[in-house]
Design a protein around this ligand. Structure first.
Ligand code: NAG
Ligand code: NAG
Ligand code: NAG
Ligand code: NAG
Ligand code: NAG
Ligand code: NAG
Length: 332
């Protein structure tokens, strides 16, 4: 709990310095692994790594390491041609255009991880990679994540071709706002963490299309927000769930979730599936990719605290990741 609070506070600080654009740094060569051939788009055939690289330890770094491939990310084919003129993708803002990767890989699944990916990502601390994690432990879980069958969001049939989204935070500033109907009028409503709704519909709306969480946030929110009447994660019919894999406990959670039993050991109590109130469905469950999380941090929310000894605790909040997920899946 203590650690989580620290993360929250530090991340808030990084949020307040938002929208400073940083370009990729090329400070530290370390090992320039040969097996990253595909990453660099070279054609020649080089030996492909077959074993996990030796573990790197966070405590060996007094500040966040900067690898020369830090700012290189997997990208996917565009999910759909957009016919929306006012789409964020058509923004003319120069800083935004420089930072924004419209096709950044959003989701991790069993078919887009392999040994060279493992070794590349093992250079970055969680949630931006797998530093200090054991290959067998993480992969037992990742190998169960199904490849998403459809994009997170599709334009609503018969609408204007744009995907309109609302992202609703949980800090409490909406109390008394009376914008509930306006929120609900969007095509999709994103929420995260302890999304208190019941009794506050007039202010926060009542629909949830996408719920973003970690193992910790979904399990702990009923305790933190119970005093506001929060009992469980939103579970509208057809809701999509998105997990931020922030630590080993999230991979254990996923294993328990996909296998349908208590395959994890952090919390005693109900099975992971029970936290989704009957709406868990493999084809509506998404896991964010480490490249996407690192890209948000590197290009939009780079905190000066990454140069402090407590750098491994510094990251954007779940709310910030949710906002950026919406910016990459919605038009407005
Ligand atoms: C490993 O996965 C990456 C990312 O999905 C892909 O680009 C690459 O071609 C794969 N490498 C091998 C050797 O399969
Ligand atoms: C919301 O605002 C009302 C009126 O100001 C206040 O009484 C109530 O405590 C607030 N609720 C929360 C959860 O902050
Ligand atoms: C939200 O409120 C509207 C209007 O009161 C109602 O028709 C709808 O069923 C509610 N939706 C949910 C998910 O509760
Ligand atoms: C899971 O969701 C998919 C896509 O919405 C749907 O086609 C399928 O019937 C659902 N499965 C169950 C068991 O509800
Ligand atoms: C960390 O320090 C380096 C060199 O002192 C500087 O170039 C870099 O911008 C700093 N990083 C952040 C996130 O402030
Ligand atoms: C070079 C270095 O300091 N390596 C240390 C990194 O951390 C591990 C685990 O604490 C130590 O065993 C290494 O000596």
């Amino acid at each position: 709990m203590t650690v989580s609070f620290v993360v929250f506070i530090l991340s808030q600080e990084s949020l307040s310095k938002s929208w400073t654009i940083f370009s990729g740094k090329h400070e530290l060569g370390w090992e320039n692994f040969l097996f990253n051939i595909n990453l660099w788009g070279q054609k020649e055939k080089t030996a492909v790594a077959e074993t996990p690289m030796p573990l790197l330890y966070r405590r060996n770094f007094t500040k966040a390491p900067q690898w020369d491939f830090d700012d290189v990310y997997n990208q996917d084919a565009p999910p759909r041609p957009t016919t929306c003129a006012q789409s964020l993708r058509n923004s003319k803002d120069e800083n935004f255009k420089k930072a924004f990767l419209p096709n950044i890989r959003l989701f991790l699944h069993k078919d887009n991880i392999n040994m060279s990916e493992w070794n590349r990502l093992s250079h970055f601390n969680n949630p931006f990679g797998f530093m200090e994690c054991k290959y067998d432990e993480v992969m037992a879980s990742v190998k169960l994540i199904p490849k998403p069958k459809e994009p997170l969001l599709l334009p609503k049939p018969g609408a204007d071709g744009c995907i309109h989204c609302a992202v609703v935070g949980t800090a409490g500033i909406l109390n008394g706002s009376k914008v509930g109907a306006e929120i609900d009028a969007h095509d999709y409503v994103f929420r995260m963490n302890g999304a208190v709704i019941k009794g506050y519909e007039e202010d926060v709306g009542n629909r949830t299309s996408v719920y973003v969480h970690t193992e910790h946030s979904i399990a702990a929110s009923p305790y933190f927000f119970g005093k506001y009447g929060y009992k469980s994660a939103p579970h509208d019919e057809g809701i999509k769930y998105v997990l931020i894999p922030e630590a080993m406990r999230d991979f254990r959670w996923l294993e328990g979730l996909f296998k349908g039993h208590e395959g994890y050991s952090c919390y005693k109590g109900p099975r992971p599936r029970d936290y989704y109130s009957g709406q868990y469905n493999e084809s509506r469950f998404y896991v964010l990719h480490q490249d996407f999380l690192r890209y948000v941090k590197n290009r939009f929310l780079k905190s000066p605290n990454l140069n402090e000894t407590f750098w491994p605790l510094v990251r954007p909040t779940n709310g910030a990741f949710t906002l950026f997920l919406a910016l990459h899946t919605c038009d407005t």
